[in-house]
Design a protein. Structure first.
Length: 733
């Protein structure tokens, strides 16, 4: 065997001159690569790399010249050096986490490196939601994450913000409500449009010069004094870009539509006007999208028709009505009002399936046995005449008391719905029934009380038949040509197992076991958990965490399945008065029933994407309005200690959901002065460095409210058992 070289006598022993030069070259090159586009002289490089020993200081310039010779570094006439490496460039959307940094979510979902961290100084005045082009640094930062620098703002997501006016003698600032807008907006006093101190306004950005700390704007709408109900709701509407009124042109188009149904139109449809038909909706509803028809057949089976308002009969392509419906894409249900997708003439009038009126509908009609098995079905256009308009409470009372109009039919439908529901869960559907908080408001909008909306059998009855219609419509189109025909589907991907593992750990902290290692049994495990937590303090927290661990449902032309419902194919067909995708489904369905060929998918996919984005905007606005009322309610509530559950743990604070009111607030770490707490992110807990006291997700705690901020829609809490600290007085905005 050959003899190994003697390392001690090796010419290039560890720490020798050659090795030192190589290490120095590597450090310099890494530094210049990470600062692509910047130039440095040798003294600046020595200072930035914190080179202190004279030997290495003297070696910097020779190493730089060798790097220039190799082509890795360039030198200009002033003896400044820069990297010649071609960096990676990506485009993405800004998620402005806090005033110190943002993440750039890459446009390409398959791109390597994940989200890119960009420090505030490198954002180039980009704001949350902006589309940007980013240069990616070749090395990971101290955080271990891929870092970068914004080179260009490709598209501003918004240039209007809602905020509160703060006026000084010579100028004013607008303090934005939006939590991810971390800069106050400078406004010249002449651009305030008469707004006074502490009023809410809408401000439009007009200028943001390089080097300026704050953008400049001008007030374009004065909303009124901060804290008033109407002002705060209008603030939420403006914050999310929701319309304040219906434009004149589509409204005029709607008002010009005749309410007469011609004999020719009736002849072109199946006539269900002599069949028992009714609607079941919330007591305060005015837009009745759907009706149920019922009749018993001679063979002992029953026929159940799901009749849906034929909105597209009235809203034609290339009209102002169509354009406005597409732009809104959905009705928005704030805590005290509805912002409709369609004008009132259509939503509450022509299209609404009101009782004792002939109405045009699109229907999915089922023949089924009394076990809920569908023998056959038919899809097409119908005309109906509703016999009865039920509020949910009325229909439920008919079933409970076995009396009232059509109680026998309602009872049988309820029994069938329960059987259909059981089959759905047996087939793998997940039973998510989230807690829905409702407020009782006085005439001025002040919350007098809150309650959790209860879902009874009658709600589930309607839900099951709507789900059935949506499923059969989707399957009907899919089966025509094995999914190659363009159609609008509602899809829901299977959950990510890593996220489910994390959720399983959360559930365990509340004493619940959730087995998620077997993909085939995930639905059963989640359903078991949902049954266990019904009515328990942790119900809302765990339901929300479970939903967050799931993929998001979306609209798409791709014929994928729906995990949550355990349907191979699913769509939204049943609510065209309030959802634009349902109008798209009606149009495509009519096109195919009339013998049309499959249209190009791309324009429909773009409409799906737009609808999904508008759906998210609506959900965010609805949550904001509820949070506003929760904050206002807790500001007015009795000053007492509340029982709560730790619903989230972060490095800056502990989130607690108050069990009695379902309102969530935060205890800030900076206010927890009994110890210095550090985050154990893996185990979702804070640990006191001295006492080793742990505050963990799922802990039951006693808290008291110390401050509410309506502008930011936040509730500040403190632990009630911290006797060394007296409750601070509340400061209400």
């Amino acid at each position: 065997m050959g003899r190994k070289p003697d390392r001690k006598n090796s010419k290039h022993k560890k720490g020798g001159p050659s090795n030192d030069a190589a290490n120095l070259a590597r450090r310099i090159l890494q530094f210049l690569d990470a600062h692509y586009g910047e130039e440095f002289n040798s003294k600046q490089i020595i200072k930035r790399l914190e080179i202190r020993d004279s030997l290495n200081k003297g070696g910097v310039e020779p190493v730089l010249y060798k790097l220039v010779e190799s082509g890795a570094v360039s030198r200009n006439s002033r003896n400044y050096f820069s990297s010649t490496k071609d960096p990676d460039f990506v485009t993405g959307t800004v998620d402005y986490v806090n005033p110190r940094f943002a993440f750039i979510i890459q446009d390409d979902p398959n791109a390597t490196g994940g989200d890119i961290l960009v420090k505030e100084a490198d954002l180039k005045q980009a704001l949350d939601g902006d589309k940007v082009r980013v240069m990616v640094f070749p090395l990971k930062g101290k955080t271990g994450r891929t870092e970068g620098r914004v080179l260009e703002i490709l598209e501003r997501s918004r240039d209007e913000f809602v905020g509160r006016v703060e006026i000084s003698p010579r100028f004013a600032f607008i303090v934005p409500d939006f939590k991810k807008m971390h800069k106050d907006i400078f406004v010249h006093r002449g651009d305030l449009k008469g707004a006074e101190h502490n009023e809410k306004v809408v401000v439009k950005l007009t200028e943001w010069r390089e080097g300026d700390k704050n953008p400049t704007g001008e007030v374009i709408r004065v909303l009124g004094k901060a804290g008033l109900h109407e002002v705060e709701i209008h603030s939420i509407m403006a914050e999310f870009g929701l319309p304040f009124e219906y434009p004149q042109e589509p409204d005029a188009e709607a008002n010009a539509i005749s309410d007469k149904i011609t004999a020719k139109e009736i002849k072109a449809r199946k006539d269900f006007r002599d069949v028992l038909t009714f609607t079941i909706d919330p007591a305060d509803a005015k837009d009745f999208d759907d009706a149920i028809s019922y009749r018993e057949l001679e063979n002992g089976n029953i026929e159940v028709g799901v009749h849906i308002a034929d909105v597209t009969h009235y809203v034609k392509p290339k009209t102002a009505l169509e354009k406005e419906a597409y732009n809104r894409a959905t009705s928005v249900y704030l805590v005290d009002r509805t912002i409709p997708m369609l004008p009132e003439r259509l939503s509450n009038g022509l299209c609404s399936l009101r009782p004792k009126e002939d109405k045009l509908t699109f229907a999915c009609v089922f023949e089924m046995d009394r076990s809920g098995h569908v023998v056959k079905h038919w899809i097409g256009r119908t005309v109906i005449h509703s016999d009865r308009r039920y509020a949910y409470e009325e229909a439920q009372e008919c079933i409970d008391t076995q009396s009232g109009d059509f109680f026998q039919e309602l009872t049988l439908l309820n029994e069938i719905a329960k059987k259909i529901r059981k089959k759905r869960f047996d087939h793998g559907a997940v039973n998510f029934e989230t807690v829905e908080v409702k407020f009782k408001l006085d005439e001025a909008g002040k919350p007098l009380g809150l309650f959790v909306k209860e879902r009874k059998d009658i709600h589930k009855l309607i839900e099951e038949f709507m789900l059935l219609a949506n499923k059969y419509v989707a399957e009907f189109i899919y089966k025509k040509n094995n999914g190659t025909d363009t159609f609008v589907y509602r899809t829901h991907d299977s959950p990510d197992l890593d996220r489910l593992e994390t959720f399983s750990g959360f559930a365990k902290r509340f004493g619940h076991q959730v087995e998620v290692t077997n993909v085939q049994k995930i639905s059963a495990a989640l359903n078991k958990l949902m049954d266990e937590i019904q009515g328990k303090p942790e119900q809302n927290v765990l339901e929300q965490l479970a939903i967050r661990s799931m993929a998001k449902a979306k609209y798409t032309t791709e014929p994928k399945g729906h995990f949550g419902l355990a349907f191979a194919h699913y769509t939204h067909f049943t609510s065209p008065i309030r959802r634009y995708p349902d109008m798209m489904v009606h149009r495509l369905l009519e096109h195919y029933l009339d013998g049309g060929k499959s249209p190009d998918a791309e324009p429909w996919e773009q409409k799906c994407l737009h609808s999904s984005e508008r759906e998210k905007r609506a959900a965010d606005a609805e949550r904001a309005s509820i949070k506003y009322k929760q904050v206002e309610y807790m500001a007015l509530a009795e000053q007492k200690d509340y029982e709560g559950i730790v619903s989230g743990v972060t490095e800056w604070g502990v989130f607690v959901e108050i069990t009695e009111t379902k309102c969530e607030g935060m205890i800030r770490v900076q206010d927890m002065d009994d110890d210095y707490y550090e985050l154990d992110e893996r185990n979702m807990r804070l640990i006191g460095s001295k006492s080793k006291k742990m505050i963990t997700l799922g802990d039951k705690v006693m808290v008291r409210v110390v401050n509410t901020d309506i502008d930011r829609r936040t509730i500040d809490l403190e632990f009630a058992d911290n006797d060394r600290k007296k409750p601070r007085s509340r400061a209400f905005s």
